[in-house]
Design a binder for this molecule. Structure first.
Ligand SMILES: NC(=O)C1=CN([C@@H]2O[C@H](COP(=O)(O)OP(=O)(O)OC[C@H]3O[C@@H](n4cnc5c(N)ncnc54)[C@H](OP(=O)(O)O)[C@@H]3O)[C@@H](O)[C@H]2O)C=CC1
Ligand SMILES: O=C(O)C1=N[C@H](C(=O)O)C[C@H](O)C1
Length: 264
């Protein structure tokens, strides 16, 4: 597959470029950076700090290379991802988006575009996190009375909170309970007491260079169950992003999720 990476200097973009370069089923056709960056026009391998040339360049306009690709992998920012989505739609290209922090309206644009192109959206592309989701669905079904609280920890530079993963985990648990996530979610509990039964509390911690940690607490009387995932770096997400892109090869237009790729 011919692949374009958006934001190849980003934490995820670098690792996705590296992971795609190592795969035999992928050919990188270029990267796309914001205008004005000193690495625009440079070799993609140097831009992504791989320490080697890949023989492909970084552009500051997706339009320049989009026709050469089969799939775009985009882990960037909300605004950029909306523009990438528009371009993918206009050029009928497959898209993997892992950016988080979208509004409801923005999320809907991905669903609408899936009528025209293959789109895979995943707030978390780690296999283990997807196993965690399955465990949580089972746990809340077996413990419907437990108080659910979610703590997510990330690095100091993360711009959105709560994490996209914590939202997806919460939505999966709400669905398993037969409830609406929007009616359960409470963001922070400062000043609110006592705890309202049936709510799902969200807590975000930002510090240092923590790559990603999610703990779901199921609180009972005299006991609690904690299910946690820690990543030590972002490589698991980059590998998963490439698996998602490979999955889209030859797929018809439609909205796909990580559950289609990692069938559990
Ligand atoms: N789905 C998953 O499994 C995961 C999702 N994420 C999500 O991915 C997103 C990115 O995370 P992360 O890599 O840590 O963030 P970074 O800030 O490190 O990277 C964002 C990248 O986007 C680039 N960028 C910004 N504007 C544009 C533009 N107009 N055109 C092209 N590129 C642009 C930036 O370029 P420059 O470097 O030049 O500023 C930067 O390289 C976040 O939303 C995060 O939550 C993260 C990890 C895993
Ligand atoms: O920004 C990150 O780092 C991550 N973002 C994703 C999220 O918001 O859930 C996935 C993972 O937690 C890493």
């Amino acid at each position: 597959m011919n692949v374009i990476v958006i934001g190849p200097r980003g934490k995820m973009g670098k690792l996705i470029t590296q992971a795609a370069a190592q795969r035999e089923d992928m050919i990188l056709v270029g990267g796309v950076a914001p205008k004005g960056r000193d690495y625009v026009g440079k070799d993609l391998g140097q831009a992504a700090m791989l320490g080697e040339n890949l023989g492909k360049l970084v552009y500051d306009d997706l339009e320049e290379i989009i026709e050469d690709c089969d799939v775009i992998i985009d882990f960037s920012t909300r605004e950029t991802s909306m523009n990438v989505l528009d371009a993918a739609r206009r050029h009928k290209k497959a898209l993997v988006c892992g950016t988080t922090g979208f509004s409801e309206e923005e999320r809907n644009k991905f669903v609408q575009a899936a009528g025209e192109i293959p789109i895979l959206y995943a707030a978390n592309t780690s296999r283990m996190v997807n196993v965690m989701r399955k465990l949580l669905e089972t746990a809340v079904r077996l413990l419907p009375e437990a108080d659910v609280e979610i703590l997510e920890m990330h690095d100091q530079w993360k711009i959105d909170a709560p994490s996209g993963t914590s939202r997806e985990l919460g939505e999966a648990m709400a669905k398993a309970l037969g409830k609406e996530w929007e009616k359960m979610a409470v963001f922070g509990r400062e000043g609110a007491s006592p705890r309202e039964k049936g709510t799902m509390g969200y807590h975000s911690l930002r510090a240092g260079n923590i790559p990603s940690s999610h703990t779901v607490f199921l609180g009972g009387m005299g006991e609690r169950l904690e299910i946690t995932h820690h990543s030590y770096n972002w490589e698991c997400f980059a590998r998963g992003a490439c698996d998602c892109a490979a999955f889209l090869e030859g797929k018809p237009a439609g909205y796909y999720t990580i559950e289609d790729v990692i069938q559990l």
